[in-house]
Design a protein around this ligand. Structure first.
Ligand code: NAP
Length: 322
C-alpha cells in the first residue's frame, strides 16, 4: 500500500483526463492519472478526427490520444494503465483502489467518459472506423454523396439522420420496432426530409465488408427474413452509457447515471471534480471534454490553494450507508 498522499488523482484517460493532467502537472500538482486498462477513450475507436482545432489536415483518433498523453507526461504526470476497482470518498484524503493497492489524494478528478452502446456484432467491431461509426458530427463529412444508414429510434438517431442528409445521398434509419422513442417533433422533422427513409421492425444482423464496409444485412423482427442494404457507412445511435458505476454511491447523478456538477466541475463532494462526457450528455466532443478537463484542473488547483492550513474533514458517506 502506498502511504503517500498526493495532491491530485485523475481517474480516466481520454481528452478530459489527459487535459486535466496537463494543466495540473504544469501547476506542480504532480498528478497521477489512473487511465484505465484501455486508455484513450472513445477516440480509440474512430479513425480521422477533422474537427479538433489545430489539426487542419486531420489526425487519427488513437494518434491524437497518444499525443495528449505524451504532452501530459512531458510535464511530469504519472500514469497507471489499469482500472480503478473502487473509491472511498468518505473523507479527505480520498482513496482510490487499483486491485488491492490504495492511492490517496486531496483532490480527485473523475473523467471516465461514456461509452457508446454497440450492436454487439463481431463484424461491427472489425469495421469500426472503416464505415461503422458512433458520431455523425465527427464523421458525416467522410461520407459525401453515398448512401448511409443510422440505427436507432431515439432523438439521437433522428438528429444524426437529419444532420447526415447534408452530406450523404440517402439516409436509411433502421429501427427494431415500429414505434419510436424519439420526440414527435424530431420524428416529424426526419419524416419530412426527402433524403431519409425508414426501415422499421428490423435489426442489423451483420455489417458486410472486409477492409471497408459495403453494406448491412438486416433481419426483419416480424418475419425473420434477411435482406441486404447497400450503404457505405452505418451510424450506430442507440444511446450512450456514462462510465460511473464506481461513483454512484458517492456522487450525485441523474437518472441515466451522468454525474451532476454544479457551477463548474464541482460535484457534491468537496474536492472531487468531474469533467468530460461523464458529466456531459449534450455535447460529447473531444474539444468540449478537453475544455472541461482544463476547468477541473483549475478548480482542483484553487481548491488546494484554499485548503492550505486546514485539516482533512469527513465530506461524504456512501449513499448506501446513509
Ligand atoms: P435513447 O432515447 O435511449 O434511444 C435509443 C434508441 O436505440 C431506442 O430507439 C432503442 O430502441 C434503440 N436501441 C437500443 N439498443 C438497441 C440495440 N441493441 N439494437 C437496436 N436498437 C437499439 O437514446 P438517445 O437517442 O441517444 O437519447 C438519449 C437522451 O438524449 C434522450 O433523453 C433524448 O431525448 C436526448 N437527446 C435529445 C436530443 C434533442 O432534443 N435534440 C438529441 C439527442 C438526444 P427501443 O426504442 O426499441 O428501446
Amino acid at each position: 500500500m502506498s502511504s503517500d498522499i498526493r495532491k491530485l488523482i485523475v481517474i480516466g484517460g481520454g481528452p478530459a483526463g489527459y487535459t486535466a493532467a496537463l494543466y495540473a502537472a504544469r501547476a506542480n500538482l504532480e498528478p497521477l492519472v489512473i487511465e484505465g486498462f484501455q486508455w484513450g477513450g472513445q477516440l480509440m475507436i474512430t479513425s480521422d478526427v477533422e474537427n479538433y482545432p489545430g489539426y487542419p489536415e486531420g489526425v487519427l483518433g488513437p494518434e491524437m490520444m497518444a499525443e495528449f498523453r505524451r504532452q501530459a507526461e512531458k510535464f511530469g504526470t504519472e500514469f497507471i494503465t489499469d482500472d480503478v476497482k473502487r473509491v472511498d470518498f468518505s473523507e479527505r484524503p480520498f482513496s482510490v483502489f487499483v486491485e488491492d493497492d490504495e492511492y490517496r489524494a486531496e483532490t480527485v478528478i473523475v473523467a471516465t467518459g461514456a461509452t457508446a452502446r454497440q450492436l454487439g456484432l463481431a463484424s461491427e467491431v472489425r469495421l469500426q472506423g472503416k464505415g461503422v461509426t458512433y458520431c455523425a458530427v465527427c464523421d458525416a463529412a467522410f461520407w459525401r454523396d453515398v448512401p448511409v444508414a443510422v440505427v436507432g429510434g431515439g432523438d439521437s438517431a433522428m438528429e444524426e439522420a437529419i444532420f447526415l442528409t447534408k452530406f450523404a445521398s440517402k439516409v436509411t434509419v433502421i429501427h427494431r420496432r415500429d414505434e419510436f422513442r424519439a420526440s414527435p417533433i424530431m420524428l416529424d422533422r426526419a419524416r419530412a426530409n426527402d433524403k431519409i427513409e425508414f426501415v422499421t421492425n428490423a435489426v442489423v444482423e451483420e455489417v458486410l465488408g472486409d477492409s471497408a464496409m459495403t453494406g448491412l444485412r438486416l433481419r426483419s423482427t416480424t418475419s425473420g427474413e434477411t435482406s441486404d442494404l447497400d450503404v457505405k457507412a452505418v451510424f450506430v445511435a442507440i444511446g450512450h452509457d456514462p462510465n460511473t458505476k464506481l461513483f454512484l454511491d458517492w456522487l450525485d447523478h441523474d437518472e441515466a447515471g451522468y454525474l451532476v456538477t454544479t457551477g463548474s466541475t464541482e460535484t457534491n463532494v468537496q474536492g472531487v471534480f468531474a469533467a468530460g462526457d461523464v458529466q456531459d450528455h449534450t455535447y460529447r466532443q473531444a474539444v468540449t471534454a478537453a475544455g472541461s478537463g482544463c476547468m477541473a484542473a483549475l478548480d482542483a488547483e484553487r481548491f488546494l490553494a484554499a485548503l492550505e492550513g486546514h485539516e482533512g474533514t469527513a465530506l461524504a458517506a456512501p449513499r448506501t450507508a446513509q
